[in-house]
Write a new protein. Structure first.
Length: 226
């Protein structure tokens, strides 16, 4: 696994010495040596590399990485250029179009968001090829809960998107009155029509950031020449 660096390394250093993390590290190392695992090992911590703790404006929690080839690259909901846009991300784009007028781009590469301070964090950071949720319950959840707690502790306004039941269960960790917590059903085709569509989280997020003197997020993902 590529090492964490910068302020994330300092904030999460206590986790590295804990028994669960040592077990998780050994498990992940063994999995990569024997199977096809996504994302590539050097991309596991991309969400942290792209969005330093001090620059987090928004936290968006996903579940686990995409499990097909060339999709996952360490940012929740994002896929590498050249891939079809996954159904949940298609619905995110539809909501962005209805909420802020963003056009629907031809790709699902969300690094632009991460570079602006949107922490695209999956609860589980690795997965076996073609086996969704195959690395659940191995320790990643404890590690990413520690990440969420570090973000909660930040003494500045941050927006947290909780989409779907697993993400909404994280709300118990989010007790900082400076933050704005926005909840909705998951954008997957199974649940988007139960309240994700029409939630207007993107405009609410930007209004909150601007009200607090913070540069809003430019949510428009541009078309790529593919």
């Amino acid at each position: 696994m590529a090492a964490l660096t910068g302020d994330w390394e300092q904030a999460l250093k206590p986790e590295f010495g804990k028994e669960y993390y040592r077990n998780l590290f050994a498990f992940v190392k063994d999995e990569y040596s024997k199977r096809v695992i996504y994302p590539p090992a050097n991309d596991i911590f991309n969400a942290f590399h792209c969005t330093p703790l001090s620059e987090v404006k928004v936290l968006l929690i996903g579940q686990d990485p995409y499990h097909n080839e060339h999709q996952a690259h360490g940012l929740s909901f994002s896929v590498l250029p050249g891939n079809d846009i996954p159904p949940s991300l298609q619905n995110i784009y539809k909501e962005l179009h209805d909420d802020l007028g963003c056009y629907i781009p031809n790709n699902g590469y969300l690094k632009k968001w991460a570079d602006q301070g949107v922490m695209l964090l999956n609860a589980v950071l690795t997965v076996r090829a073609h086996q969704a949720n195959s690395h659940q319950g191995k320790g990643w959840e404890q590690f990413t809960d520690a990440v969420i707690k570090e973000i909660n502790k930040q003494d500045r306004p941050i927006v947290i998107f909780l989409w779907g039941t697993p993400a909404r269960k994280k709300k118990v960790m989010l007790d900082n009155p400076k933050h704005l917590v926005l909840e909705a059903p998951h954008p997957s085709p199974l649940s988007a029509y139960r309240g994700f569509f029409g939630c207007k989280h993107f405009s609410k997020c930007n209004e909150f950031l601007e009200k607090n003197g913070i540069e809003p997020i430019d949510w428009q993902i541009e078309n790529l020449v593919i």
